[in-house]
Design a protein around this ligand. Sequence first.
Ligand SMILES: Cc1cc2nc3c(=O)[nH]c(=O)nc-3n(C[C@H](O)[C@H](O)[C@H](O)COP(=O)(O)O)c2cc1C
Length: 305
Amino acid sequence: MADLSVLCAGVPLRNPFLLASGVWGESGDSLAGAWAAGAGGVITKSIGAVPRPGYPNPTIETYERWGMLNAMGLPNPGIDEYPREIEIARRAGVTVIGSVFAGEAAEFARLAGRMAATGVAALELNLSCPHAEGFGTEVGSTPEDVERIVRAVVAAVKIPVIAKITPNTSDPAALAVAAERGGAAAVSAINTLRALAIDVRLRRPVLSHGLGGLSGSAIKPVGLACVWQIYDKVSIPVIGVGGIMTAADALEYVMAGARALEVGTAVTFEGVGVFGRLVGDLASLLDELGYGRLEDAVGAAHPAR
Ligand SMILES: Cc1cc2nc3c(=O)[nH]c(=O)nc-3n(C[C@H](O)[C@H](O)[C@H](O)COP(=O)(O)O)c2cc1C
C-alpha cells in the first residue's frame, strides 16, 4: 500500500486529509470523531477574541450536486472558552491545528499566542472568510495586509503558522508569496468563493446575510488553479482545499502542488466516514499509478523545473 504520511509545515501527518475549519461543529468531541474516522489531522472552527453568535438563519443553502453557500458569520465561543474543547481533542490523541480570526495584526498576534498555549500543533490564520465584516477577506486581500499579519503572528508564537488565503482577489498567488515573506510555514488555498442565491418569490437573497461563500465540487477547478499558481511561486508547502470529494480530486490537488489537503463540504454531506473512504481510495489510486509514497506525487503535473 502506498505511504500516505506527509510532513507539512513541520507537522507530521499520518495522511494528508485534514478536517477543514468550520464544517463539522466546534466541540472537542466532534474533532475527535473526525480523527477516529481517519482524518490525518483536524483544524478547529475559526476562533476569535470574544464569543460571536453569528448571523441569524438562514445561513446555509445546499445545492444537491455541486456544493453549498454559507454565511454563518463566524459563530464561535471565543478564546476564553475554547481551550477546553481543544483539551478534549488533544487527550484523544488528535493532531489539532488551531484556526483564529481577528480584525488586525496585533489582535491576531494576541489571539495566536492564546491559541498556541493550548498545545495545538500549528495555527491557521483565517485571512479569507468572504462574508464577515471586518474580518477574513476584509483584512487579508492585499499582499501588504497578509504579510503584516503573518509577520506579527510569527513573532508571537513558536509553532508553525499557516496562512489561509482567499481566492476572491485578482492574484491569490501574490497573497501566498506575501505570507511566505512574512514567515508562514505553509499556505492553505482556498477559502470559499463570494457568491449569492436569490429567492425569487420572496424577492430577496436566500441567506439572511445576503452574500455568502460557495464551497464544494463547484469550486474545485478554482482551488486547483490557485494551488497550481502558488506552487510555482513559493517554496513553503501548499495545503489544497476546495471541493475535494474523491481520491481523484485529492490527487489532482497533490499533482497541482498540494502537500496536504483539507476536506470541508464532503464532510458536511457524507459525515466523517468520508475520511476512511478517501484514505483507502487514495492509497489504491497511488498503487494503480505506481507511486510508493504520496510525497512523490506532489507537483507531478508541473513541467520539470
Ligand atoms: C459552513 C462552513 C463554515 C466554514 N467556516 C470556516 C471557518 O470558520 N474558518 C475558515 O477558515 N474556513 C471556514 N470555512 C471554509 C472551509 O474551511 C473550506 O475552506 C471551504 O469550505 C472549501 O472547502 P470545501 O469545498 O471542501 O468545503 C467554512 C465552510 C463552510 C461550508
